[in-house]
Design a protein around this ligand. Structure first.
Ligand SMILES: Nc1ncnc2c1ncn2[C@@H]1O[C@H](COP(=O)(O)OP(=O)(O)O)[C@@H](O)[C@H]1O
Ligand SMILES: [Mg+2]
Length: 291
């Protein structure tokens, strides 16, 4: 169970004239996400989705509020300073500090994060990318090659083990990122617009792969997206964020059994309902602007 209690994130800034400024990116978000669910966070660009997801992962500390995962509080990022944090993210972009803490002494939460921009090491082959995670996880050396092959095969990269990321297509690179996330054996997978950078056909294929990998595993998936169709097709529940500051605008269950058809009339209804919410907000914002 993932639980957030009144998560608020404020970013301070300074204007050109030296006056203080700031922006509330996330405002008082309280959510609970049961284990094994596929949940999407849907909202327009810039509404605080990534910020919220990074707070869930422990990559950023909230200004206010708490995140609890399976009864344990997700605390501030492990690196102490901003510079440390940046160095950390450059090195371990694909994992949250919390996921990494699993590889150190005390296991805390097992979370893997997948980003939009294929966070894989370009100087390592597909095989080496997965081997590296297994090493971090503490898997004995002799077991690593077999396991790495297993994870690569699961995402359909069985024949690409010795390829470098630059030799793979965008869709294949993202599958490699997924294989690496799976090799962490996390119970929670957080994804930030993972399919935004690929063409429509590849995106649909990757969505199918993701569903297939997720089904029957009991893993919780939290997917951030601004793509209405993606959210509707994939999710058990859609959490609609309002425009900035991000708050929970609506929670919409999608009670359609799988496998689903993309043109399922119930899915289309859900889609229309969310589109209507956005239209309403848009008109409302225009009115506000006009006054
Ligand atoms: N480190 C930061 N410092 C200042 N402002 C930020 C920072 N990160 C995000 N923001 C601002 O917070 C808002 C929400 O950003 P983000 O969470 O990336 O939105 P989304 O993922 O929904 O597109 C944006 O207005 C963005 O400019
Ligand atoms: Mg974002």
């Amino acid at each position: 169970m993932i639980e957030t209690r009144n998560i608020t994130k404020f970013f301070s800034a300074v204007n050109a004239d030296g006056s203080a400024d700031g922006i509330t990116a996330v405002l008082s978000v309280s959510l609970s996400i049961p284990d094994g669910r596929f949940v999407s966070l849907l909202g327009p660009s810039g509404c605080g989705k990534s910020t919220f997801l990074e707070i869930l992962a422990g990559l950023q500390a909230p200004t206010e509020g708490e995140v609890w995962i399976n009864g344990r509080q997700v605390l501030e990022p492990l690196p102490a300073s901003r510079r440390e944090m940046e160095a950390y993210r450059r090195k371990y972009r694909f994992l949250s500090p919390i996921a990494n803490s699993l590889f150190r002494d005390k296991p805390k939460h097992d979370i893997a994060m997948i980003f939009q921009d294929y966070a894989v090491f370009p100087w390592m082959t597909a095989m080496q990318n997965v081997l590296f995670t297994l090493k971090l996880r503490g898997v004995p050396r002799r077991d690593r090659p077999g396991l790495a092959r297993h994870y690569l095969a699961r995402v359909g990269l069985g024949g690409a083990e010795s390829k470098y990321p630059s030799q793979l297509s965008g869709g294949m690179r993202q599958r490699l990122a997924i294989a690496r996330a799976l090799s962490v054996e996390p119970s929670i997978i957080l994804m930030d617009e993972p399919f935004a950078a690929v063409d429509t056909q590849t995106r649909e294929r990757l969505q199918e792969d993701l569903l297939e990998l997720w089904q029957g595993t009991g893993k919780t998936v939290v997917l951030v997206t601004h793509d209405l169709d993606e959210a509707v097709y994939l999710s058990d529940e859609i959490i609609v964020f309002s425009p900035l500051p991000g708050t929970v605008r609506n929670r919409i269950p999608v009670d359609v059994p799988r496998p689903r058809r993309r043109d399922d009339p119930v899915l289309r209804e859900v889609r229309e309902r969310i589109a209507a919410i956005y239209r309403y907000d848009q008109e409302h914002a225009d009115l506000d602007g006009g006054i």
